[in-house]
Write a protein that binds this ligand. Structure first.
Ligand SMILES: Cc1cc2nc3c(=O)[nH]c(=O)nc-3n(C[C@H](O)[C@H](O)[C@H](O)COP(=O)(O)O)c2cc1C
Length: 325
């Protein structure tokens, strides 16, 4: 059955309204809004595991302010889990008067901002993020029906992972592919100031971990150490930091593309206690190189978390910096 957008929206809202007071969706806010849209219209939409993940998926179309009728409305919200509170988020469907129908303790209606006054089992309160129009939710292939580019999806899905890793080894071919991606990055005046060492030998990993304090990537079966050389690229200008930054981002994306997780660990590696220098010594790195970053590589054991990012409009514009109103 092919419905118009208006019919789809009304069918969804009618279905949701018929479930007011239903306690079976308590704690299943995303299932509730997905069921409302899917069951009432006999369609399937692309599903996610949590409201937060769903919100991330639609982030390109996320808007703030009063949600329009039928919009999926998203909140940050800490939920209980075996590992402690996790931001799985909260969500509902916007009605035509700024209120939201959503599954909390039961299916209920609250003004979209009054939802923030509710208390989750963690004691946390939902925090309004924004809304996406139902057209975006229905877009099987986002961006107005264009096939979504898998590389862009990968870039948007990359997250810093600081959890534990599975013991599954990372094959050498994969480590090589990741390093090739790093070395393929642009570098100022093509000086190629970045070099890499992948460590997968358990004894060497052990030695390196002994100096990384506080520990990072402790359980990772492999790590990639990033080395840089201060070579002048143009007159007295050295682009080494930009060079290795580009290489690191390429590697983070390659790591993700191959099904692994990682995090850019540079902060305390290059701090005053000179952990990077100690690691370089263990690895036999010559003096003219500096070890500036460590990327653990492995299959994630824990949940991959998403930090809150500012909205697109707060950081990116077209043609000119926005004028202050
Ligand atoms: C230059 C740089 C240094 C970083 N150093 C660290 C670090 O020492 N420890 C850490 O946990 N994360 C580090 N990160 C990761 C950032 O904390 C992370 O990218 C940021 O919180 C955004 O999260 P996301 O990567 O999931 O988007 C670093 C990132 C960059 C770009």
């Amino acid at each position: 059955m092919n419905y118009s957008l208006t019919e789809i929206t009304h069918n969804m809202i009618d279905w949701a309204m018929a479930h007011i007071g239903d306690k079976s969706y308590a704690g299943w806010c995303l299932s509730f809004i997905e069921d409302a849209l899917e069951i009432s219209n006999d369609i399937e939409i692309f599903g996610c595991d949590s409201a937060k993940e769903s919100c991330e998926m639609y982030r390109d179309a996320l808007r703030t302010g009063i949600p329009e009728q039928g919009a999926f409305v998203f909140y940050d919200c800490l939920c209980p889990s075996e590992d402690g509170p996790v931001n799985w988020g909260h969500c509902g469907i916007a009605l035509d008067d700024g209120s939201v129908i959503h599954a909390w303790d039961k299916v209920r209606i609250d003004h979209y901002l009054d939802v923030e006054a509710l208390t989750a089992l963690t004691g946390d309160h939902p925090k309004y993020i924004g809304w996406v129009p139902v057209t975006r939710v229905l877009a099987e292939k986002p961006h107005d029906g264009e096939a979504r580019n898998p590389l862009l999806d990968l870039i948007l899905a990359r997250r810093s992972y600081r959890g534990k890793f599975q013991s599954t080894p990372v094959p050498r071919d994969d480590l090589r592919s990741i390093m090739e991606a790093g070395l393929a990055a642009p570098s100022g005046c093509n000086k190629q100031t970045t070099s890499l060492i992948a460590v997968d030998d358990p004894e060497m990993l052990q030695k390196l971990r002994a100096v990384i304090q506080p520990p990072v990537g402790e359980t990772a079966p492999a790590m990639i150490c990033v080395l840089t050389q201060r070579i002048c690229a143009y007159r007295d200008r050295c682009f080494a930091v930009r060079d290795y930054s580009a290489a690191i981002e390429n590697m983070l994306l390659a790591i993700k593309a191959l099904g692994y997780q990682s995090c850019w660990y540079e902060g305390h590696i290059t701090d005053v206690d000179r952990i990077g220098a100690q690691m370089a010594k263990i690895l036999g790195v010559p003096d003219e190189y500096e070890l500036v970053c460590v990327l653990p590589v492995g299959v994630a054991l824990d949940e991959i978390r998403s930090p809150k990012k500012k909205a697109f409009d707060e950081r990116a514009w077209f043609n000119a910096f926005p004028t202050v109103e």
